[in-house]
Design a protein around this ligand. Structure first.
Ligand code: WT7
Length: 657
């Protein structure tokens, strides 16, 4: 393309606000008939049988939805199935020799597993877990980076009916201990370490530090990822993964029959209070929902080489690296490392090398690619790609268009998928074979999903106005409760409108949004005290309690400030006790304290010392004001403050005036 053609194209793209799905894609799409929206509406809730039909049931369900104990909805009631059977056994006849997992380590080492091979190893590890004493309904914690043993362990747990609780490997020892204690989990599967930007990172010491904070006996399995690059010793209650699997070579473990509503896994996520929430997902509803959305939105077909470049430590990886793709019998790609190692074209090298057909990633990554420049994707042949997806935070139209053009060559639909840990799977997005795409707007709710934008009284707002996102009907992939805390489940998600005379059970995701005349929803971001750093969810309370634990800190506030690459970054405002200096050393201790308590993702961008925090007359910290200061925005009304003068002091510190 000549320079002037290039400039013209750029100008056209910058103006264009709507994009039609490419005809070539539509022709082959799993779902391309627009009548699906009406069909789901007319036939709700039975429309969800279409999702359930994508999985194998040992016993058919009697009822699609039971809602006589709201909001404790039950889906596919009395149905029986096993998730490991669905992701493995049922594919053996037709696809036993086809690849289930295509894995690449950061140093470039590769491992691949056919469905038959994956089935074999999952059986062996399931037998080993049983031998170690894991029984049905025991929670097994998995604290592992992106290595094949992580999905294997998940499926082994599912096979024997033991719910897993995956803790993101980047989380700290403290975070691991908190989650194992909260779930009363007596089993841990972890590894010696992993590669990150060329270094062999020790992970086991962190796991052991975490175990020291667990208040009950534990049994631990350790995968040897690093071999000679990192020697490690095993404690008395530690077992080597390879030894265990070898001891159970050839073992067959029958998949345990699970009730549709039995827990498949727990996933801890951040909320408004300091305690992480144990989101409970079930076997029948969740598996059906992620299979359906993988089919309808990601257009997954068995012959694809599909890649979701997320981490399995988050819900995205659970739903769209492991359960959805494997349930549909496709090849799922896993990569251990970062996109910039050894160079900024690592992802494109993988797409090219494996002929990846779908790529699902996050806006934070796309913004980084955009910054690095198109020379990196241009080095590779990306023509195998058929669909692109994004998830985790709002994507600005500029990044969307860059992705569409430089990665998708204007021939792949882009699905901007809004959902949450709690929703289990996608909720708001265009269907790639049907919907016009509008960059920056996720799209309409999926068929059968009743998402709306309402004001503080629960009334729907006019198009273009900002309001709160709600989901007015249950869906199969929804969380069922917060583990061992039904009360908090209701409080956090359901009773937002019960005071306003509306006694309906409406789900409240804690996001702000607006809707346009075509019913497209643009998600604006969290309305609670949750910060979204690079698509990762962090609670301000968790950060604040980590800061207050630092010696010399009297009080602290954490807020999210805009950040070019991360979307949001953590800003902490700190009041010191008498006798401590507002110096670099203290600043570093604060940063280290947060990293130790939560993990490097929570690392504060700025530590701002202040003599006071802006508070309302009733003593509540005015976080919004602190956000405005962090963003250098015009400040909102400060007249309700008990101590309005403090604002000038803090502003002066931030801007250095
Ligand atoms: C929060 C959920 C969904 C898996 C990854 C994050 C934000 C997510 C989008 C999107 C705008 C989005 C919301 C949501 N979010 N996807 N496409 N557009 N915002 O899961 O950690 O549970 O976070 O991420 O604020 O509430 P999570």
């Amino acid at each position: 393309m000549s320079d002037s053609e290039e400039t013209q194209l750029e100008a056209r793209l910058a103006e264009q606000e709507a994009f039609e799905p490419p005809a070539e894609f539509v022709e082959q799409a799993n779902v391309s008939d627009p009548s699906i929206y009406e069909e789901f509406e007319d036939d709700w809730p039975d429309c969800w049988e279409r999702a359930a039909d994508l999985v194998d049931w040992e016993t058919d369900y009697d009822e699609v939805l039971v809602d006589d104990d709201e909001p404790f909805y039950e889906w596919f009631v009395d149905g029986e199935l096993n998730a490991s059977h669905n992701c493995l056994d049922r594919h053996l006849d037709s696809r036993g020799d086809e690849l289930a997992i295509q894995w690449e380590g950061e140093p470039g080492d590769t491992r691949e597993f056919s469905y038959a091979e994956l089935h074999r190893e999952v059986n062996e590890f399931a037998a080993a877990l049983r031998d170690l004493g894991v029984e049905e309904d025991d929670v097994v914690t998995l604290y592992m980076p992106m290595i094949p043993e992580l999905p294997m362990a998940m499926l082994a747990c599912a096979r024997i009916g033991a719910p897993h609780s995956v803790v993101f490997a980047g989380f700290s020892a403290d975070a691991l201990a908190t989650r194992m204690n909260a779930a009363d989990s007596q089993f841990l599967v972890t590894c010696d370490g992993y590669y990150r930007r060329g270094d062999a990172l020790d992970h086991l010491s962190k796991a052991d530090d975490g175990l020291a904070g667990v208040d009950h006996d534990t049994t631990t399995v350790v995968v040897d990822r690093l071999g000679d690059d990192h020697d490690h010793a095993l404690g008395d209650d530690h077992f080597d993964y390879d030894d265990l699997v070898a001891d159970h070579a050839g073992a067959d473990v029958d998949p345990v029959t699970r009730d549709a509503e039995d827990m498949l896994f727990l996933m801890y996520t951040s909320g408004t209070t300091g305690e992480p929430k144990g989101v409970k997902h079930t076997t029948g509803g969740y598996l059906s929902y992620v299979s359906w959305t993988s089919h309808a939105v990601l257009d997954v077909k068995p012959e694809d080489t599909y890649w979701c470049a997320a981490d399995i430590g988050w819900i995205t990886g659970h739903s769209y690296i492991v359960y959805g793709p494997l349930a549909l019998g496709t090849t799922t790609v896993m990569y251990e490392g970062t996109p910039d190692h050894p160079d900024n074209d690592r992802l494109w090298e993988l797409v090219d090398g494996y002929d990846v057909t779908q790529l699902y990633t996050a806006p934070t990554a796309i913004r980084a690619f955009m910054k690095w420049g198109e020379e990196y994707p241009d080095r590779h042949d990306l023509s195998s790609l058929r669909l692109l997806g994004t998830v985790g935070e709002p994507i600005n139209p500029k990044a969307w268009k860059w992705y569409y053009r430089h990665i998708g060559d204007e021939s792949c639909p882009v699905v901007d998928t809004w959902w949450q840990t709690e929703t289990g799977g996608m909720m708001i997005t265009t269907l790639p074979g049907i919907g016009t795409m509008k960059p920056g707007s996720a799209g309409p709710p999926l068929p059968g999903v009743d998402a709306r934008v309402v004001d503080a009284d629960g009334e729907e707002v006019a198009p273009g106005e900002a309001g709160y996102l709600t989901v007015d009907r249950p869906w199969p992939g929804m969380l069922r409760t917060l583990y061992k805390n039904d009360e908090r489940f209701i409080e956090e998600y359901w009773d937002a409108y019960s005071d306003s005379g509306n006694d309906e059970w409406i789900y409240f995701p804690e996001d702000g949004a607006k809707i346009d005349d075509d019913g497209y929803i643009t998600v604006l971001g969290r309305v609670d005290d949750v910060i979204n750093v690079s698509g990762h969810r962090l609670g301000t309370m968790e950060i604040e309690s980590a800061v207050v634990d630092v010696e010399g800190v009297a009080e602290a506030a954490a807020v999210g400030g805009d950040h070019e690459m991360k979307g949001e970054a953590v800003y902490t405002y700190v009041i010191l006790e008498d006798g401590y200096e507002e110096d670099e050393e203290t600043r570093e201790r604060v940063i280290e304290g947060v990293e130790e308590a939560i993990g490097p993702i929570a690392r504060p961008e700025e530590v701002i010392f202040t003599p006071e925090l802006p508070k309302t007359r009733s003593g509540k910290i005015m976080r919004r004001l602190l956000e405005d200061i962090a963003n250098d925005d015009e400040l909102g009304n400060t007249s309700t403050l008990r101590n309005p003068d403090v604002v000038d002091d803090i502003e002066a510190k931030v801007t250095g005036d």
